[in-house]
Write a protein that binds this ligand. Structure first.
Ligand code: V47
Ligand code: SF4
Length: 392
């Protein structure tokens, strides 16, 4: 038994609550948690206990490695046919003069502005514009690939794809195949929000439901594509809804093994129809990351999206199960700055992101979208780089 294993055994053996102690035993022996276990963790586990268990799992899976990638975002539009109550970013078509709509050429120019820069991924995500159809995006991807074939296109949430496929009168399988052939390499995790209909009805009633979201990801997995999954947390959902959400993802992952990463997204309450709902505390946020790491035993990676959490809290998550900090995001993604994130200009250079990770004694590893290692960052690579206290 190594030092880490004996430390976690000692923490579990000292746990006074029998149910929580049994959960700890399961984690040590790599046994799956039940829904009741997940609920008990949310209801009773204090942060140090859940966190120690999650850190044990994180280090068993990844040691100190903390991944990030060099990517950039394209947000084609914020015009959207839907009106999710938590969204601070979208504008209805009738008010499109207040929003933005990029042409194919403008998006291609963004791609070209990265010529010669070592980015590996473009993340394309935006509102659901009634006039930007599947043909438009297929053509865009073909042009991107013609210009830079090796650039990985991670694009379009299940919400955007569901709308495109229905408009094109294609089945999910047909639509996904066409998008894949046009250049789509993988799917981001957005649009999942909270799957349970009782909550979905209140926060995003009109967009694709849980079954539809899972269907789209299953179809992508069946084509050999990888995808991510998110959960929008810390608003009106109860612990039970979080477990229900993660349970549905765990089941699909058992079936397909196509998910790479789970990304909890903390609800931010500025300028949206849920501004009266208070944001969750940092303790609740860290407990959520930890419990997600424990519950989703078949997800290889757990990501904290730093532009939403802020840099310091993102560093903190690395002790509570998280092993991925997304990317350098070399441009200004608006979905969080408009919803109240402290990160109004979410840009970090690669060396700054690596320094952020090193500062909390983890090992920065640059990856591509599929977690192939691009580069390890040694102390020497980041010497003299500003650390977060001076970056904030
Ligand atoms: O689905 C919208 C969320 C998501 C708010 O797969 C909000 O690598 C908090 O999915 N407060 C879209 N969250 C972004 C997304 C994403 C981001 C980064 C990486 C990946 C990936 C995916 O943003 C939406 C919704 O859940 N969101 N408004 C808000 N007020
Ligand atoms: Fe549209 Fe996405 Fe905003 Fe919902 S969250 S209103 S689908 S942009």
């Amino acid at each position: 038994m190594n030092i880490l294993e004996s430390a976690i055994e000692s923490i579990v053996s000292k746990q006074k609550d029998t149910e929580l102690r049994n959960i700890g035993e399961k984690i040590i022996h790599q046994n799956r948690l039940t829904e009741e276990d997940g609920l008990a963790l949310f209801e009773k586990a204090e942060l140090p206990y859940a966190g120690a268990l999650a850190n044990h799992v994180r280090e068993r899976l990844h040691g100190n490695k903390t991944y990030f990638n060099r990517n950039f975002h394209i947000e084609p539009t914020n015009v959207c046919v839907f009106s999710c109550a938590f969204c601070s970013y979208s504008r209805l078509y009738a008010h499109r003069d207040e929003g933005w709509e990029l042409s194919q050429q403008q998006m291609l120019d963004i791609v070209k502005s990265y010529d010669g820069k070592p980015v590996t991924e473009v993340h394309v995500v935006g509102g659901v514009h009634p006039k930007m159809n599947m043909e438009f995006f297929m053509e865009l991807m073909q042009k991107i690939k013609a210009h830079r074939p090796e650039l990985h296109i991670k694009g379009f949430t299940a919400v955007e794809l569901d709308y495109m496929f229905r408009k094109a009168k294609l089945t999910v399988e047909e639509g996904m195949k066409k998008m894949h052939e046009a250049g789509l390499d993988s799917l981001p995790g957005g649009g999942a929000e909270i799957f349970h209909p009782d909550i979905r009805q209140q926060i995003c009633a009109d967009k694709v439901d849980a079954e539809g979201w899972l269907h789209i990801h299953r179809a992508a997995h069946q084509l050999g594509m990888h995808t991510n999954a998110t959960m929008l947390f810390g608003h009106i959902e109860k612990y039970f809804h979080r477990i229900d959400h993660m349970e549905r993802l765990r089941k699909l992952q058992d079936e397909t093994k196509g998910f790479n990463t789970f990304i909890p997204l903390k609800f931010r309450n500025k300028d949206n129809d849920m501004s009266h709902v208070p944001e969750s505390s940092v303790i609740e946020d860290m407990r959520l990351y930890a419990i997600a790491r424990l519950y989703l035993d078949n997800f290889p990676h757990l990501k904290a999206y730093w532009p939403m959490l802020g840099r310091k809290n993102a560093q903190l998550t690395l002790s509570f199960g998280v092993n991925d900090l997304d990317g350098t995001i070399d441009d200004s993604t608006k979905i969080y700055s408009m919803a109240g994130s402290e990160e109004q200009h979410p840009t970090l250079t690669t060396a700054q992101l690596a320094a952020l990770i090193r500062q909390v004694k983890r090992e920065p590893v640059e990856r591509d979208t599929l977690y192939n290692i691009v580069r390890n960052y040694s102390e020497a690579d980041i010497n003299g780089i500003e650390t977060p206290s001076s970056l904030n």
